[in-house]
Design a protein. Structure first.
Length: 479
């Protein structure tokens, strides 16, 4: 009896001094979802009440940046490193333009299993980790999707099985992946948890439940093309799934101390192109206009790299905030490790812990950088890099680019925009503000050199007749 009393007083004492429980983390990453697809970012095309509510209950980031395609953003998110450092700036598996004017440096095609990643470090900090959905960080043996065998190696205790059929039909597994996440959320456990819910929607082929498509057709949306019924239905269906996730957090009384992050992996697919041998791009498909942002997926313009981003953490973060400080995808690793009170040795990390910002403090001034030394003509992308500093943004095309009429132009080109006055990047100020443009270019190059990141040089294999020819076969000089 005495022992029991002693034990219970010890437990009481201990619990009264125990630190606040560490937060759970639900990280929702959608695919190719543009900045302008949410009501809270100004969309009038389709209501997104659940995402808008999430924004109202937490923080809405107006200037959240990622890389313009799938693999680079996912690599930066899970390693906390710029693609310039981790080498994963290209979507995998391999393809390229080996005879183009500039030579694309060799890129990394597999996320190494031995690298420290966000899930691995959270697991080390005592978290139970799970994921569902798109991986796209390894190809070949590990597959395009992280399967159970690879999940553990990359830091996940649990990996949801694939959904029915393929991810390009039905609702693109939105319900299946959401159910997997809800199952994980509902598990009773002592440990805090991290769940990475990586949706395939709204990546092409866009697909949505037929009844919802019918509803948007009946409301006047076209069957195909810009703002088509399927696209709007897919946005609505995703939004509904967010509501289901939030309800599961409420029901399990985990709402208060769960950090929910909602982010898209790159800008919306605005327009994609077919190339002709003459270097004139032709429009292939258009599904959603990223206006007021310029261009979309794959592009260094804001439509390619600025995405919707929301965070809710009722226990620690004041509701109803709008944050206009530019934040970068590499920031999530240090932010979430800090929230998890991880004391693991932090690997080389390019991001900043955003928790002070969420408490209303200001972050140290810093430029944001993006290295995209690749060709991808589907998005009119040529090798370039970007620096954003305050309101100013410089794009440096290293050796060629496409002009506003979608015609190929050889030669280095700088484009300078003031995003405060010109969110749509319609006025290039690189000639009127020449000194500023060159100074920003110098800073960008100094940063690339400090990494050190390879900068594309003129291609010794340049072939004017084949320069726009895309191949999935690696040439000897790419190895
Ligand atoms: Ca994507």
């Amino acid at each position: 009896m005495r022992l029991l009393l002693f034990l219970s007083s010890f437990v009481l004492l201990h619990s009264s001094f125990a630190a606040k429980p560490r937060p759970n983390i639900l990280f929702i990453l959608t695919d190719d979802q543009g900045w302008a697809t949410l009501g809270c970012y100004g969309s009038k095309k389709v209501p997104t009440p659940n995402l808008d509510r999430l924004a109202g209950e937490g923080v809405r980031f107006t200037d959240a940046y990622v890389m313009p395609q799938c693999t680079p953003t996912r690599a930066a998110l899970l390693t906390g490193q710029h693609t310039a450092r981790n080498g994963m700036w290209h979507v995998i598996p391999w393809y390229g333009l080996p005879w183009a004017r500039m030579q694309e440096p060799a890129f990394r095609e597999q996320l190494p299993r031995e690298w420290p990643t966000l899930p691995k470090l959270l697991r080390k900090a005592g978290y139970r980790t799970g994921m569902a959905g798109k991986w796209h960080l390894t190809s070949g043996a590990d597959g395009d999707y992280v399967q159970l065998r690879a999940g553990d190696a990359h830091g996940f205790d649990f990996v949801a099985p694939r959904g029915p059929g393929t991810q390009n039909e039905g609702d693109k597994w939105v319900d299946h992946l959401t159910d997997s996440a809800i199952g994980f959320i509902r598990e009773r456990r002592e440990k805090p948890w991290f769940f990475y819910l990586a949706h395939h929607t709204l990546h092409g082929v866009v697909s949505a439940p037929p009844d919802l498509v019918k509803k948007h057709r009946a409301a006047g949306a076209p069957e195909s093309g810009m703002f088509n019924a399927t696209y709007l239905a897919a946005i609505e269906h995703l939004d509904t799934s967010i509501g289901r996730l939030m309800a599961a957090l409420d029901e399990t009384k985990q709402r208060e101390n769960t950090i929910v992050v909602f982010l898209s992996d790159n800008g919306g697919l605005d327009t994609n192109y077919n190339t002709t041998t003459s270097g004139q791009l032709e429009i292939k498909t258009q599904e959603f206009d990223n206006v007021p942002l310029r261009s979309g997926k794959g592009s260094p313009y804001e439509g390619g790299i600025r995405v919707p981003c929301l965070l809710r953490w009722p226990a620690s973060v004041k509701a109803g905030q709008t944050c206009s400080t530019p934040v970068h995808v590499t920031d999530w690793m240090p932010t979430l490790l800090a929230a998890a009170e991880s004391d693991a040795d932090t690997p080389v990390c390019d991001g900043l812990n955003l928790l002070p910002l969420l408490r209303g403090e200001t972050l140290p001034q810093r430029p944001l950088y993006f290295h995209m030394p690749l060709y991808d003509l589907r998005w009119a992308a040529t090798p370039c890099a970007v620096i954003r500093e305050g309101d100013w943004k410089l794009i440096e095309h290293f050796g060629d680019s496409f002009d506003a009429n979608l015609r190929y132009q050889p030669g280095r080109k700088l484009e300078l925009f003031n995003l405060r006055d010109d969110l749509s990047e319609s006025r290039d100020l690189s000639t009127t503000e020449k000194a500023r443009a060159e100074a920003m270019s110098d800073k960008l190059h100094a940063w690339l050199k400090s990494i050190p990141a390879p900068i594309p040089a003129e291609n010794p294999h340049f072939d004017a007749n084949r320069q726009f020819e895309e191949t999935k076969t690696k040439q000897a000089w790419n190895r």
